[in-house]
Design a protein around this ligand. Sequence first.
Ligand code: HEC
Length: 243
Amino acid sequence: MPRTRLLGRATTMAALLCAVPLVAACGGVKPQQANVVAGKQLFVAKCGSCHQLDRAGTKGNQGPNLDAAFQQSLKDGFGRGAVEGVVYKQILYPNRLPNVAGVKMPAKLVSGEDARDVAAYVASATAKPGKDTGLLATAVKAAGGGTAVEKNGTLTIPADPGGQLAFVASKAIGQPGPVTIAMPNKSGTQHDIVIDGLGKGAVVANGGTSSFKATLEAGKTYTYYCSIPGHRQAGMQGTLTVK
Ligand code: HEC
């Protein structure tokens, strides 16, 4: 994160904080307590595919690393309340121009109370060593632990429904011969499923299923992954064993 831009943002923080009713000192109305547990879940579902934030366990790399983004501001003495205001404003009014990689952050991925909750969570978690505790620790179920097993000629390997860059199962077992590889994706984050040399399903989101037909060879292992840029690198892959 270039320091100049951060300082540029910092100077607008004061004005911003009173424009957004996040801080009690700005007005007579007592703000409602933000729900950081809901904020974490929404962050993982709506933001994590583009942003790394260690406490949320997200590894997206399309946008800036959100731990690094606020490190200097926090060191410089800006409180987490100020960071919350910056994040809230960014959610509603991201840059209209794409970044160097050609990626543009969509505006209002969350709005209203949801945007407040996400901003509060990000502000509480950014650049903070250690792990989330209490209710926050269990707010998002870790993806990737399961094993998918071929049934009736179909091997179903869903994408994480919560939007994490992971399949529900990072291991799969198939049988030799023809198979349909199917990846239902309930999340709003676009994914596909690919096995090099075998096939590639369509890119889907919001309840679509990515699938292709292939023939598995006895004794072989294959790697399945999502080919959307950054997703495989973030861990969206698994091993298919044929036996
Ligand atoms: C499609 C990818 C994408 C998604 C999804 C996305 N962002 Fe971004 N985000 C970006 C990009 C690209 C930038 C850098 C350009 C800009 O500032 O708009 C950015 C910048 C930011 C920044 C500013 C960081 C800095 O260095 O100053 C914050 C904060 C942020 N995003 C938070 C969020 C939150 C919260 C969400 C979910 C509601 C979200 N983003 C969803 C791509 C994304």
